[in-house]
Design a protein around this ligand. Sequence first.
Ligand code: HEC
Ligand code: HEC
Length: 204
Amino acid sequence: MIYRSIVARAGFALLLAVLMHPLSAEERYQPCIACHGDAGQGVVTLGAPALAGQDEAYLARQLKNFRDGVRGAVAGDAQGMQMSAMAESLSDGDISALSAYLSALSRAPATVVEGDLKNGMTIYQGNCGACHGSAGEGNPSLNAPALAWLDGEYIQRQINNFQRGLRGNHREDRYGRQMNLMAKGINSQDVDDITAYMQSRTGD
Ligand code: HEC
Ligand code: HEC
């Protein structure tokens, strides 16, 4: 009896300690590592993009969009739905802690994409650079995320998702809708060329 009550009390004390100790951002990131990597570098084979060094407000907006059914909620968006399931239980506090933590990690170069740099430059500077920055570094004041560190297949899928209305179609997705319009008329070869061009400039 005494033994059981000691165990029960110890268990209760442990529970209290866990409840009272707010999780650090690093601890909150633990469930994400399997897909996004221990340094937020992304895992290409899982379709999980790099998050390290991405704009903080952009990350927070995406996590809320996934949680609230604004992104990753349309049938056909398998990867987005997978991510939505992960965001379901995040509180606003979790989201701000995670976004601050991830945006402070160093960006790592993505797997190299081959492409026509000249065509990439022409299309990128003519259609994308005004929002995403002259080298794909992103522009927080226009809510446009950094692109140059993202994996080529992930970029292809997002452009495709925008074009097919799987992303950026929800009435509350103000910034996704903006990008939706920009993705029209860009083919997959153009996307490879744009990605190769941005990658060629990450060292600038
Ligand atoms: C089961 C694998 C998996 C887990 C675990 C996971 N994610 Fe994801 N995440 C993905 C996939 C796949 C995508 C890409 C979705 C798409 O293609 O639209 C993604 C996309 C994202 C994006 C959008 C990035 C961008 O550039 O728009 C953010 C932010 C994100 N995840 C954060 C997190 C955080 C934080 C956690 C932990 C709480 C987490 N993820 C856990 C698979 C996962
Ligand atoms: C008018 C400004 C604007 C222009 C021009 C623009 N974008 Fe975007 N783009 C955005 C915004 C804003 C977002 C973020 C959408 C969101 O918050 O969901 C975005 C998001 C993206 C994403 C998703 C990134 C991620 O991490 O999931 C990709 C890929 C992208 N843009 C590529 C392009 C390409 C390629 C071009 C040129 C063909 C382009 N954009 C032109 C504003 C723009």
